[in-house]
Design a binder for this molecule. Structure first.
Ligand code: F6P
Length: 335
C-alpha cells in the first residue's frame, strides 16, 4: 500500500504527532507500506510535491508545534477546477491508495471536493481526514480539533502574564484572541483565566453595562475579544473612552493581540496523545479498506466517530461556531 500525509490550513500543535503516528503505525504494522509527505499542504498536492518519509524523519517531533511538512495557504483552490483535478490526478498517477489529511474546515472542504472528483472519475485514492485547528470550528459535536487545547494553554499563560501587569495599574486590557469566526478559543481561554469579560463573534455588547463592571473594579479588567467580533480593538477602545469621559471614570485602556503566539509552541499532552490515537486508528481503517471519511474523537481510546466527507462538511451537525448557552451559563456562574 502507498499512502500520503497532508497538513492543511493554519498549522496547529499536534499535527506533527499525527504525522508521526501515521508514519510509524504504517511502517510498524505493515512494513511494506510506502509513506510519503505532501510538502507545503494543498499547494504541494496541486504541484505533485511529495517526499518519502521514514520512521527516522519523525523522531522527536511529537510535541513540536507547526508541521514538519509545511502548509501554505491556497485560497484559489476553492474555485479553481484545474487545481482541484490536478490534485486528484497527482494522487492517482503516483499510485497513492490513501491520503491522510489533518486540517481545519477549509481542509475538510478541500478533501470533500477532491474525493468527489476521485469518485466521479473512478480514480484510485481514498481520503481520510481529521480535524486539526486551534479554532475548534469543526466537528465539535463529536470531538474537538487537534491543537485547540495547546492554544488554550498558551493563551492561559499569556493571560496570566497580562494579569500581573494589569493589576499593578488601574487599566483595562482589550485582549484579542485568534479563532476566525469561532468563539471557542477566546471563550475557553477566558474561562480558564477567569477573565472579567469575554466578547464572542456574534455578541451584542451592552457597553454601558460593561463600563459598570469596569467602574466597580478597583484595578484591572481583562476583556477577551474573539477575532470574529464585528468591532476592531480601536473601535471598542473609542466607545469605552467616550463613556469613561462622560461618566468621569478614570481607567486607561491598553490593547494586546495574542494572535500567532497562540498557534505556536509545544503541543499539549492531550493534543499529542489524541492526534497519535487518531493517526493510528485511521491507519488501521485504511488497512481494512475503509472508504473516504472524516474521523474525530474527544479522547484517546475512544472509537472515533466516522462520517462521510460530504456529511462532515458545512453541516450544522458537525460545526458549531457559537458557544452553547449551557456553557455560557456555566461561565457566568464562575465570575
Ligand atoms: O484557522 C487558524 C487561524 O489561526 C485562525 O484562528 C486565524 O484567523 C487564521 O488561522 C490566520 O491565518 P493566517 O496564518 O493565514 O494569517
Amino acid at each position: 500500500m502507498k499512502v500520503a500525509i497532508l497538513t492543511g490550513g493554519g498549522d496547529s500543535p499536534g499535527m506533527n504527532a499525527f504525522i508521526r503516528a501515521v508514519v510509524r503505525s504504517c511502517l510498524n504494522l505493515r512494513p511494506a507500506t510506502s509513506v510519503w509527505g505532501v510538502i507545503d499542504g494543498w499547494r504541494g498536492l496541486v504541484e505533485g510535491n511529495f517526499r518519502k518519509l521514514t520512521k527516522r524523519d519523525t523522531a522527536g517531533i511529537a510535541n513540536q508545534g507547526g508541521t514538519i511538512l509545511g502548509t501554505l495557504r491556497l485560497p484559489e483552490l476553492k474555485d479553481n477546477r484545474d487545481m482541484q483535478e490536478a490534485m486528484a490526478f497527482n494522487l492517482h498517477d503516483n499510485f497513492f491508495d490513501y491520503l491522510f489529511v489533518i486540517g481545519g474546515n477549509g481542509s475538510l472542504a478541500a478533501s470533500n471536493v477532491l474525493n468527489n472528483i476521485i469518485l466521479s472519475k473512478g480514480l484510485r485514492t481514498k481520503v481520510l481526514v481529521t480535524a486539526g485547528s486551534i479554532d475548534n470550528d469543526v466537528c465539535n459535536n463529536f470531538g474537538y480539533s487537534i491543537g485547540f487545547y495547546s492554544a488554550v494553554d498558551k493563551s492561559l499563560e499569556m493571560l496570566e502574564w497580562i494579569r500581573d501587569t494589569a493589576s499593578a495599574h488601574r487599566r483595562v486590557y482589550i485582549i484579542e484572541s485568534m479563532g476566525r469566526d469561532s468563539g471557542y478559543l477566546a471563550f475557553y481561554a477566558g474561562v480558564a483565566t477567569g477573565a472579567e469579560y469575554i466578547i464572542l463573534p456574534n455578541d451584542d455588547v451592552d457597553y454601558e453595562e460593561l463600563v459598570n463592571l469596569i467602574a466597580e473594579r478597583d484595578r484591572d479588567t481583562r476583556i477577551i475579544v474573539a477575532e470574529g467580533y464585528s468591532k476592531s480593538a480601536d473601535e471598542i477602545t473609542k466607545i469605552l473612552n467616550e463613556i469613561f469621559v462622560r461618566r468621569k471614570i478614570k481607567h486607561e485602556i491598553r490593547y494586546v493581540d495574542m494572535g500567532y503566539f497562540q498557534r505556536g509552541g509545544k503541543a499539549a499532552v492531550k493534543d499529542i496523545i489524541t492526534a497519535s490515537w487518531l493517526g493510528y486508528y485511521m491507519v488501521k481503517e485504511a488497512f481494512s479498506g475503509a472508504e473516504s471519511g472524516f474521523y474525530t474523537c474527544y479522547f484517546p481510546g475512544q472509537d472515533p466517530v466516522r462520517l462521510p466527507l460530504d456529511e462532515a462538511v458545512n453541516s450544522e451537525k458537525t460545526t458549531h461556531l457559537n458557544i452553547p448557552d449551557k456553557l455560557k451559563e456555566f461561565a457566568m456562574a464562575l465570575l
